[in-house]
Write a protein that binds this ligand. Structure first.
Ligand code: PLP
Length: 386
């Protein structure tokens, strides 16, 4: 069998590998606390679940337009207006099965041999994987621990040249929980004026998971970029709906036909009943979100203080999402060995830093999408093995 060569360049998402290892240990009777997981440990709010059930009863069984129903696209447009005050025509809204397809389609649209694409490192592993798959050159934009995983706009701008087609940014970030503040993004946007051909892809999937009463520094605040800006967000993290597979993105008008073709060529459309429920999610009560964030806030303090009290571990306080990305090098182990030891000796599943970029060997990602009690227990168990 001869499969296409570019498959040898396709990567993966190691969090799923860790999950499989943890499940195997559990099936052998071991108790595992899973801090490897990248999804809220809450149930989808019941009014959203009920809306999906009702939609199926009401006969939402068929295909929908490939870019999403008009009702839902209108709803996303209203949501953007409420959140950021931006006026986005719903023809520019694209509904997809999760955030990932929009990311994949954007990279496929701009990546090819000879092109360069800038992506964050540490970063969500799919960016680099798909860039490599297209044959484009993957150019890391390093986010350093000493800048609390933010960047210096001037340094970032120096990575851009005439071959750069796409610039990927994720804020707040996976895996670091880092939040790049608006003043740094202002500087970046100012510098981007010099590169009018460059397209920006802003992954804002954690837009509602921000701490310390800060405002989401969204790219929706920069209308001067709208003709070359793709913004991705979705339902997965905000509404605890990762398994529903529902995401949205906003595209420049000139690209929407292309991305819709990508959908038609692959999955056709998102489940009709899910789209009905997705609108209810956007327009219904959001009180659960306060409850979720209150819980995340308490766990954030617990895990940051707890990790910093362990010998050899240094942990920044994240500004968003539900991850911490401590440096473990002073334990005498690298992130890979440390993560293995945590799993097999302490029964705590975490994801090694190298899953998020070659330069992240000293780090490991802990998710605090687990109960306060389990995080306390996990910290105790790790203390014992150090
Ligand atoms: N972008 C980032 C930064 C993520 O962390 C994730 C999921 O972990 C996604 C996108 C994918 O989201 P979805 O599950 O909606 O495809």
């Amino acid at each position: 069998m001869k499969i296409a060569n570019n498959f040898s360049r396709l990567g993966t998402e190691n969090a799923f590998v860790v999950l499989a290892k943890a499940k195997k240990l559990e099936s052998e009777g071991k108790e595992i606390i899973n801090l490897g997981i990248g999804q809220p440990d809450f149930s989808t709010p019941s009014h959203i679940v009920e809306a999906a059930k009702k939609a199926l009863d009401d006969g939402y069984h068929g295909y929908t337009p490939a870019n999403g129903t008009k009702e839902l696209r209108d709803g996303v447009s209203r949501h953007i207006k409420r959140m950021y005050g931006a006026q986005i025509d719903s023809n520019r809204v694209f509904i997809a099965p999760g955030g990932k397809p929009s990311m994949y389609f954007a990279i496929m649209m701009f990546g090819e041999p000879g092109a360069e694409i800038i992506y964050p490192e540490p970063g969500f592993p799919i960016y680099e994987s798909v860039i490599n798959y297209t044959g484009a050159k993957a150019i890391p934009m390093y986010l350093s621990e000493d800048k609390n995983f933010s960047f210096n706009a001037e340094e970032v701008l120096s990575l851009i040249n005439e071959r750069t087609r796409l610039f990927i940014i994720n804020n707040p970030q996976n895996p670091t929980g880092g939040l790049i503040e608006k003043n740094e993004i202002d500087k970046l946007v100012e510098g981007l004026r010099k590169f009018p051909e460059l397209v920006i892809f802003s992954d804002e999937i954690y837009s509602r998971q921000i701490y310390d009463r800060k405002k989401m520094p969204s790219f929706f605040y920069y209308p001067e970029l709208f003709n070359r800006l793709i913004i991705m967000d979705g339902w997965s993290k905000t509404y605890a709906m990762t398994g529903w597979r529902l995401g949205w993105s906003v595209w420049p008008e000139s690209l929407i036909e292309n991305v819709t073709k990508m959908a038609i060529n692959s999955y056709s459309c998102v489940s009709a009943a899910n789209q009905v429920a997705a609108l209810v999610a956007l327009e219904g009560s959001h009180s659960f979100l306060n409850d979720m964030m209150n819980k995340f806030e308490k766990r954030r303090s617990l895990i940051v203080d707890g990790l910093n009290s362990l010998p050899g571990i240094r942990c920044n306080k994240p500004g968003g999402a539900f991850y911490v990305f401590p440096n473990v090098s002073k334990t005498g182990m690298n992130g890979d060995t440390f993560s293995e030891k945590c799993l097999y000796d302490a029964g705590v599943a975490i994801v090694p830093g190298t899953s998020f970029g070659k330069s992240c060997g000293n780090f490991a990602r802990f998710s605090f999408a687990n109960s306060y009690e389990n995080i306390e227990k996990a910290l105790e168990k790790i203390k014992k093995i150090l």
